[in-house]
Design a binder for this molecule. Sequence first.
Ligand SMILES: [Zn+2]
Length: 64
Amino acid sequence: MKEEDTWKCSYCGKPTARGNAYFPFCSQRCKMADLGRWMLEDYKIAEPLPEEGEAPADESEPAQ
Ligand SMILES: [Zn+2]
């Protein structure tokens, strides 16, 4: 199957088109949201990770 003029928004999956100013997104909101997501990913990767086996005490651990 060949996509000609329609595409799905890379962020929300709504149909968009190559002529769209925000292609491959459907709107500026999705474009910015996706960029923000990637920036967060970069930030997480750049951040020094705690040593494995010793999880930092945080609120995500359920109380026993
Ligand atoms: Zn979208």
